[in-house]
Ligand binder design. Structure first.
Ligand code: ZN
Length: 72
């Protein structure tokens, strides 16, 4: 399952949630304040490679195919 990054609109916390591909933010709850007003961020993959210089280090279209996951 891909790991999605969310930002809480109430407290500003950022957190990651494992969800099925294409899942929306329904049912996602901020772990810090318990708020349900959360916004899905575009991708942890994009920010992860931003510092590396290489856009597609593994040639895969998304992060879940790239690594083994498990960072958190
Ligand atoms: Zn929050």
């Amino acid at each position: 399952m891909p790991l999605y990054e969310y930002a809480c609109r109430s407290c500003g916390a950022r957190f990651e949630v494992l969800q099925r591909m294409g899942a929306d933010s329904t049912g996602v709850i901020c772990p810090k304040c318990g708020g349900t007003e959360v916004a899905k961020q575009l991708s942890t993959f994009a920010s992860a490679v931003a510092g590396g210089g290489s856009a597609m280090p593994c040639g895969a279209p998304n992060a879940s195919a790239c690594g083994s996951g498990g960072f958190s």
